[in-house]
Design a protein around this ligand. Structure first.
Ligand SMILES: Cc1ncc(COP(=O)(O)O)c(C=O)c1O
Length: 388
């Protein structure tokens, strides 16, 4: 293995500086744990930013990747490939009843870009309403749907046609609708926005508004999808029937993949959109294996139960530094009375990796296979940090 100091030096010299990287150089992962180049083990509540729901290097995913790599790694969308076709059928079958077709890409932001293009193409309308505090990605279309000025600054002008209304406020949402509105784009739980869960009353009114005004309902499940919140898709908690469902992160057990799932209202023509790598056989084989693991190991139920355990344990910590614990399943936010970054460093020193949501929320997205013992260790680590 290359010397750790040398790897850090390469980053100092050659990286654009897009990321503020932390010290550990991760070399190995198993289940809910990762090991760094100095042999230190961490409980990984970042899970590759919400990707490794089935756990790091799940044997079924590793086997599927290995065996597909020996068959066919790439094929392009000029041709049908077997894992890609089987995955499409599986995802359409597992998604809410409104979903009839799907388009593969490689990331969350691409799944949102496709949704924006498909919505404009299908309706002939240009405008969208998104929620304040929402996050949909970093490319120019998805960034246009992302409210927070800190993400947008320096990249304007963004796409024209995006209006914003406060999250969980149906009156303001209704008031933002115009004859040019094609659709409404929302997360079920605002992840980057601080782990904020939408209310049942809000989502039911949003669905009704979309029906009444013939607007497309676009649900961004990039972070919430694939069992994280206690259901395969978080929109199932509220019986939503989206016209466009954007997903990525956890779909392929750690391999990059995104998908935009579409209702019968979405019409698109050959050649109007595309992706070289989208639905490539390697990623699709990994995704088929990951979905099987989610089903076999009942990871949605596990997320619901373990999320309760983690949130309940965190709520027992008595500290004026904690303002609120928010969660849906194993998507957990600790709203703090101070900036999150120093607290994350202190957690890391205690063997727990977590990340921030906004300035002052600690976000915990552990693999859904995390053991009860590791959950309790995370609670103890947070308690220790908050008492110091
Ligand atoms: C809700 C949501 N949408 C979109 C994205 C963008 O996904 P990606 O980073 O894969 O482009 C993210 C990433 O965190 C997300 O949380």
């Amino acid at each position: 293995m290359t010397d750790t100091a040398r790897l850090r030096d390469i980053h100092r010299r050659c990286d654009t500086g897009t990321y503020r990287r932390r010290d550990p150089v991760l070399v190995r992962g198993r289940g809910a744990r990762v090991i760094d180049s100095e042999g230190r083990t961490y409980i990984d509540c970042t899970a590759g930013l919400g990707v490794a729901t089935v756990g790091h290097c799940h044997p079924a995913v590793v086997t599927a990747i290995r065996s597909q790599a020996e068959q066919l790694i790439t094929s392009s969308n000029l041709f049908i490939n077997e894992p890609g076709a089987l995955l499409l059928e599986k995802l359409v079958g597992l998604a809410p009843a409104s979903i009839q077709t799907g388009f593969f890409c490689n990331s969350g932001t691409e799944s949102v870009e496709a949704a924006i293009k498909f919505a404009r193409f299908s309706t002939g309308k240009q405008r969208f309403i998104a929620a304040e505090g929402g996050f949909h990605g970093r490319t120019l279309g998805s960034l246009s749907a992302t409210h927070r000025p800190a993400y947008r600054r320096g990249f304007e002008p963004l796409l024209d046609g995006f209006d914003f209304a406060p999250f969980n406020d149906i009156q303001r949402l209704v008031a933002a609708v115009t004859p040019a509105t094609a659709g409404i784009i929302l997360e079920i739980v605002q992840g980057e926005g601080g782990v904020r869960v939408g209310s049942a009353a809000y989502f039911s009114a949003v669905q009704e508004l979309c029906r009444e005004k013939n607007l497309l309902l676009i649900i961004d499940e990039v972070q919430t999808g694939f069992c994280r919140t206690g259901k395969l898709f978080a929109c199932e908690h509220f019986d939503l029937q989206p016209d466009l469902l954007c997903a990525a992160k956890a779909v392929a057990g750690g391999v990059p993949m995104g998908v935009t799932l579409c209702s019968g209202k979405i019409r698109i023509e050959p050649g109007s959109h595309g992706s070289t790598f989208g639905g490539n056989p390697l990623a699709a084989a990994a995704a088929l294996a990951a979905l099987e693991v989610m089903d076999r190991e009942q990871l949605a139920e596990a997320a619901a139960r373990k999320g309760e355990r983690l949130a309940a344990g965190l709520r027992t910590i008595r500290s004026s530094r904690i303002l609120e614990i928010r969660h849906l399943g194993l998507m957990v936010g600790i709203a703090c009375a101070e900036p999150a970054v120093p607290l994350l460093t202190a957690l890391q020193e205690r063997g727990v990796l977590a990340f921030a949501a906004g300035e002052s929320v600690i976000r915990l997205l552990p693999p859904l296979v995390i053991s009860d013992e590791d959950i309790d260790t995370v609670i103890e680590a947070v308690a220790s940090v908050m008492r110091h």
